[in-house]
Write a protein that binds this ligand. Structure first.
Ligand code: SF4
Length: 384
């Protein structure tokens, strides 16, 4: 059982805060990119043909900019290459402005059963500041269209800690999201990366002031309370879902399980290797045109970096990723998986987490408290 991530790096234009591996769409690259993705599928399938996929995540970027026909070819190639479990979760990331009713129907019929919509904010002022192309009403429109097309599993992404964002704007965004009743909500605190337009503006001192640390913590707390009252389970630091609607694909990452990945800049984890494909779209495409495949992953053509994860590193990752989940990590299960108890691998860590109120133990699981969910960095320090 594995999952598959597919990266499609195209956007109509770059948002001011974006530090994802994306570029402005170039129509001349779309066919070569699809050809490269199909070659990537073929070469990975040659390595693990008997795998069953339990989730597929088409992310980016704005995957639909590949074009609906190319997306259909891509999905067909994936379903030809691997068996998909009968309840395979197939997610597509979409921008509110870039999708039509007809396209939603086509995607649903092709097996896409989960949409992740980049709403980000319901304040048009904030959306303009972020450099987003949509307005808040586009989110209402696309959710209604998705429901009509038969989508029963919808995620909405929101961002907080945005420069100049007020608590009132954050509350309004959460209230508007709750009215739309998505099954899943992701809320991300904005990190301003230096190489983005936001980062450069910050360096020049012309970016509006961001909310203070206390205000950001207040936004997180308010979201936690409000969404819990609305019936959402705060199951991961940044993620809320109605019970049973957690994102299966992302749970694999947090459970530190292996997954395949295709596309420029995509990261994979399989047979103990973590790898990243070439960051540049052009180099990714060229790697399939010019090189011969070698041993996986060091000689595998699109791979730019790879590391074999040691047993100690794997244990650290299991703890750090698992403690992002409110369910935490089951101590007996991780001891069995990694060959020794947590108390032996990380002497003093559990006691310290309990003493500082960052975690508690419930039914044999070490779980982050509310304070621990908010102060993830402090939890990490106990394992590295
Ligand atoms: S739509 Fe998303 S991936 Fe594309 S530029 Fe904006 S933030 Fe980046």
């Amino acid at each position: 059982m594995l999952s598959l991530y597919v990266h499609i790096p195209f956007c109509r234009r770059r948002c001011r805060y974006c530090d994802f591996a994306t570029q402005v769409v170039d129509q001349d690259l779309l066919d070569p990119y699809l050809t490269a993705l199909l070659a990537d599928i073929k070469s990975l399938r040659a390595l693990c043909a008997t795998t069953t996929l339990t989730s597929v995540y088409l992310g980016g970027g704005t995957p639909l900019l590949l074009g609906i026909d190319r997306l259909m070819q891509l999905l067909a190639a994936i379903t030809c290459a691997w068996q998909l479990s009968s309840d395979c979760e197939i997610t597509l990331e979409v921008n509110p402005q870039d999708i039509t009713q007809e396209e939603l129907r086509t995607l649903r019929q092709a097996g896409v059963n989960r949409l992740s919509i980049g709403a980000q904010s319901f304040s048009d002022r904030i959306l303009r500041l972020l450099g987003r192309r949509h307005e808040n009403s586009d989110v209402d429109r696309v959710v209604a269209a998705a429901r009509r097309a038969g989508f029963e599993n919808i995620n909405l992404d929101l961002i907080y800690a945005i420069p100049s964002q007020t608590m009132a704007e954050w509350r309004e965004s959460l209230q508007r999201v709750q009215k739309l009743a998505p099954e899943h909500i992701s809320t991300y605190g904005l990190h301003i990366a230096p190489q983005t337009p936001f980062g450069r503006a910050k360096k020049r001192g012309i970016l509006p002031a961001a909310p203070t640390e206390d205000e950001v913590a207040g936004m997180w707390e308010w979201g936690h309370e409000f969404l819990a009252q609305a019936g959402y389970d705060h199951y991961e630091v940044s993620n809320f879902a109605w019970p049973g609607w957690e994102c299966r694909h992302n749970l694999r990452y947090w459970h530190n399980k292996e997954y395949l990945a295709i596309g420029a800049a995509a990261h994979g984890y399989w047979q103990g290797w973590r790898w990243r494909n070439s960051l540049s779209t052009q180099n990714y495409i060229a790697s399939f045109q010019t090189k011969l495949n070698g041993p996986f992953p060091t000689g595998h053509f699109p791979v730019a970096e790879s590391d074999f994860v040691t047993a100690t590193e794997a244990y650290i990752e299991t703890m750090i990723l698992g403690l992002r989940l409110s369910a935490g990590v089951n101590l007996a299960a991780v001891a069995a998986r990694h060959g020794r108890p947590v108390t032996e691998a990380f002497p003093g860590a559990v006691e310290c987490l309990l003493e500082n109120g960052l975690c508690d133990i419930d039914a044999g699981s070490l779980r982050p408290t509310r304070k621990g969910l908010l102060l993830q960095n402090e939890i990490c320090l106990h394992f590295v």
